[in-house]
Design a protein around this ligand. Structure first.
Ligand code: HC0
Ligand code: SF4
Length: 578
């Protein structure tokens, strides 16, 4: 332990602690900008490049960045001397001098950490650098992400996310001084790079440099068209975070209010992606049981483990990074795409709607879902995908008093879902849902307890063995693409842990931490509270196993026959390409 003094208050901390962490311990807020530290997911950016966190250390001539300076015994720190305040103002003014001033119409307005600092510091005019030229870059727009590098402040958070956490390596800092910017290799468009569209760079960008490709007005136009039947589906993780956009505490479940708001917005049918998640379990579960049985019978053509395939950034990642393993993921489409396919076939037929006049909108916690919806093999079965944040903007634009809405239920038949499908929204949930169904199919017995605590948690890579009859089903789980890579390399090396099934979600925390969710501003507690909300909704559901969803049963009885039938293959499965 070491004793240090910060603004006249003494605090004991262990060696290796930074001044920033020590200050936090006694409630002294030091402003930060480039710094990012989400302990549980190992997202740490310690570039110390912005210098907004500088403090005065007694006996040192230069100011020290609090985020990157370890404490020493007896250290005396001043976080608010005139020298410190001047230096911070200078840093901020220099950043602002090379930053566009279009805050009012910026996507990040209200959520921008640079804007917040300008407000906190009361910046009213620029006294330094005000006449200098501004660096400009070409705008890069992919299906999911907009890069407006004029707004980049070189904090390097996106680089840390993309390279260290996700291990994708699409972004890196290039050039020096005034021309310094974060870019792709050879400055190609993001769409032509190794980018997976996971959106984690957007999730941590403190300014408007990285944002999502928005489709709000496209949705409004479809809703205003009397010739269109507009159907909406909402992903599991949206209900666990949307409330944050309306000032509610993280972890507040707003399923009923969300449904009411969507109905008020004018959607003709308010459905749930969760219904399609139940269908995914029917298909993927059947595939798992089929592969296991054939494997146990010694079929040499069968490969294990089976990999979940519902996360589009993960699909993109394995297609480009592990092209030799394309035969092991499940061929089941993601729930988003299954929903689109089901809505435009089974449901359209049932309701006598011409699918050409049907518009399927998805509300997703994810930016990669925008890219997934645009993949040519899916023929726009999902027309428009918007994020949780975009839905919040749409609700505010339409003057709907979200906080005071009465709770409403989803429409039938594609709105009914089970607890199994809800937990898709957090890491470990897809595989737990699959196990609930596979267990009963394989053993023919009813599960006593549907909660598989051993599959839950926040560790980046987890494994567990679940007893299914005489079989020990070995399960691997990874969230974050960097962790996924480690697990996949293990499989490539011969599957030493004998995994039968692996779940992978590209974003830390799973979909609750998706790139389209309300910004968490580096607070990992928020992710945990969203996760708790997901399990709460599961517990509250009357039915908690996908194969017991009555509307799923009806759909199979009247339309698909059984899982993996010819028709199911045609509409609910896909293939992968390197
Ligand atoms: Fe997810 Fe999904 S669970 S990927 O995390 O599988 O985006 O929430 O909608 O499709 O259901 C995201 C969330 C989904 C899909 C589902 C899956
Ligand atoms: Fe990297 Fe994901 Fe951002 Fe693409 S979306 S640049 S993969 S962090």
């Amino acid at each position: 332990e070491m004793k240090i003094t910060i603004d006249d208050t003494q605090v004991m901390v262990s060696p290796g602690t930074t001044i920033l962490e020590a200050a936090k311990k006694i409630g002294v807020q030091i402003p930060t900008l480039c710094h990012l530290d989400l302990h549980d997911t190992k997202m740490v950016n310690q570039a110390a490049s912005c210098r907004i966190c500088v403090v005065e250390v007694e006996g040192r001539r230069n100011l020290a960045p609090a985020c990157a300076t370890p404490v020493t015994d007896g250290m005396v720190v001043n976080t608010r001397s005139i020298k410190v305040l001047n230096a911070r103002r200078m840093v901020l003014e220099l950043l602002l001098s090379d930053h566009p001033k279009d805050c009012l119409i910026c996507e990040k307005s209200g959520n921008c950490e640079l804007q917040d600092l300008a407000i906190t510091f009361g910046i009213r005019e620029l006294t330094v650098g005000k006449d200098g030229a501004q660096s400009t870059y070409r705008k890069d727009v992919s299906e999911a992400i907009v890069r407006d590098m004029d707004k980049c402040i070189m904090c390097r958070r996106c680089e840390t996310m993309c390279n260290k956490v996700q291990s994708v390596g699409a972004l890196s800092g290039i050039n020096r001084g005034f021309d310094a910017v974060v870019a792709t290799a050879f400055e190609v468009d993001l769409a032509d790079s190794v980018c997976t569209h996971c959106g984690q760079c957007v999730a941590v960008c403190p300014t408007g440099a990285l944002s999502e490709k928005e489709h709000i007005w496209n949705v409004v136009r479809q809703l205003a068209d009397p010739g269109k039947v507009v159907v909406v589906q909402t992903a599991p993780a949206v209900r666990a975070a949307l409330g944050e956009e309306f000032g509610m505490a993280p972890g507040t479940l707003v399923t009923g209010k969300m449904v009411a708001a969507l109905r008020k917005l004018g959607f003709n049918y308010v459905f749930d992606t969760d219904f399609a998640a139940d269908a995914t379990i029917m298909e993927e579960g059947a595939e798992l049981v089929d592969r296991l049985t054939r494997f146990q019978n010694g079929d040499p053509t069968v490969k294990l483990p089976i990999l979940t395939s519902c996360c589009p950034a993960w699909v993109n990642f394995f297609e480009s990074q592990f092209p030799d393993l394309l035969d092991i993921p499940s061929s089941a489409k993601s729930p988003q795409q299954m929903f689109g396919a089901i809505a435009k076939s089974y449901f359209a037929q049932k309701m006598n709607i011409d699918p050409k006049n049907m518009v399927v909108v998805s509300v997703m916690p994810c930016l990669a879902k925008k890219y997934e919806a645009s993949r040519p093999e899916f023929n726009r079965e999902v027309d428009i995908s918007i994020s949780t944040r975009e839905l919040a903007h749409l609700i505010k634009k339409a003057n709907i008093d979200f906080n005071n809405l009465p709770e409403e239920d989803f429409d039938h038949p594609l709105g009914e879902s089970t607890g199994a499908s809800v937990i898709f929204g957090t890491t470990g949930g897809v595989i737990e849902a699959a196990v609930r169904t596979a267990y009963e199919v394989i053993t023919g017995e009813t599960l006593g307890k549907v909660d598989f605590e051993e599959l839950r948690g926040f560790e980046g890579i987890r494994s567990a063995s679940v007893k299914v009859g005489d079989l020990d089903l070995n399960i691997g789980i990874a969230h974050g693409l960097g962790n996924a890579r480690l697990l996949l390399e293990e499989i490539r090396g011969g599957n030493p842990n004998n995994y039968h099934a692996i779940e992978i979600m590209a974003c830390p925390g799973g979909c609750i931490g998706g790139g389209g969710q309300p910004y968490h501003h580096g607070n990992s507690e928020i992710l945990k509270q969203r996760q708790a909300a997901i399990y709460e909704e599961d517990r509250n559901k009357a039915i908690r196993k996908s194969h017991e969803n009555p509307y799923i049963k009806e759909m199979y009885a009247n339309y698909f026959g059984k899982p993996m039938s010819h028709k199911a293959h045609e509409l609910l499965h896909t293939h992968y390409e390197p």
